[in-house]
Write a protein that binds this ligand. Structure first.
Ligand SMILES: Nc1ncnc2c1ncn2[C@@H]1O[C@H](COP(=O)(O)OP(=O)(O)OP(=O)(O)O)[C@@H](O)[C@H]1O
Ligand SMILES: [Mg+2]
Length: 155
């Protein structure tokens, strides 16, 4: 199974990779984003959404709304688990219905709701480096592995 790892030197590189990834995604896929404060989760989310045909200006930080929905070539559901009090609160948002729906789900702070993630998803980790951010992408399940394989072979 392939694993994608890259140093992103600046926000533009984060955005370029996000747009590339967004173009490879299809309805029903789930992306779990993890990484500390300021690691670039929202920057990447905006770009993935753009790759899915969403107007990037619509994409903010859903910290207070908990989930935002954006229309695109494929609808995008953007979750932020940072302020969720519990796993149950995430499930009460209707996470399973979103996962089974026809949109792409992007979840910031996904490590806080790991137990509620579907069997097939992409795991994206962002980390601070002195010269930018390090991104690591792994796939769980067949569909996500196929997308990751396409991303790796584009390089
Ligand atoms: N590859 C990069 N190199 C340097 N800075 C970056 C890179 N990618 C994004 N940034 C910058 O890091 C800052 C934080 O980004 P962003 O808001 O996307 O992080 P976040 O992980 O969503 O943070 P939070 O956890 O606070 O919501 C922004 O100023 C963004 O432009
Ligand atoms: Mg954010």
């Amino acid at each position: 199974m392939c694993r994608f790892e890259q140093l992103l030197a600046n926000p533009d590189e984060t955005a370029a990779l996000g747009r590339r990834l967004g173009k490879l995604l299809s309805p029903g896929m789930v992306i779990a984003l993890t990484g500390p404060l300021g690691a670039g989760k929202t920057t990447l989310t905006q770009a993935i959404a753009q790759g899915l045909g969403v107007d990037p200006h619509m994409v903010g930080s859903p910290t207070f709304a908990l989930v935002h929905e954006y229309p695109g070539r494929v609808p995008v559901y953007h979750f932020d688990a940072y302020r969720l009090p519990s796993l149950q609160a995430f499930m009460d948002l209707g996470s399973d219905e979103y996962f089974q729906g026809t949109g792409v789900c992007l979840i910031e702070w996904a490590d806080r709701v790991a137990a509620a993630l579907p069997a097939d998803h992409l795991c994206i980790k962002l980390a601070h480096e002195s010269d930018g951010r390090r991104i690591t992408i792994e796939a769980v399940g067949k569909r996500s592995q196929e997308v990751l394989r396409m991303l790796c072979t584009q390089n």
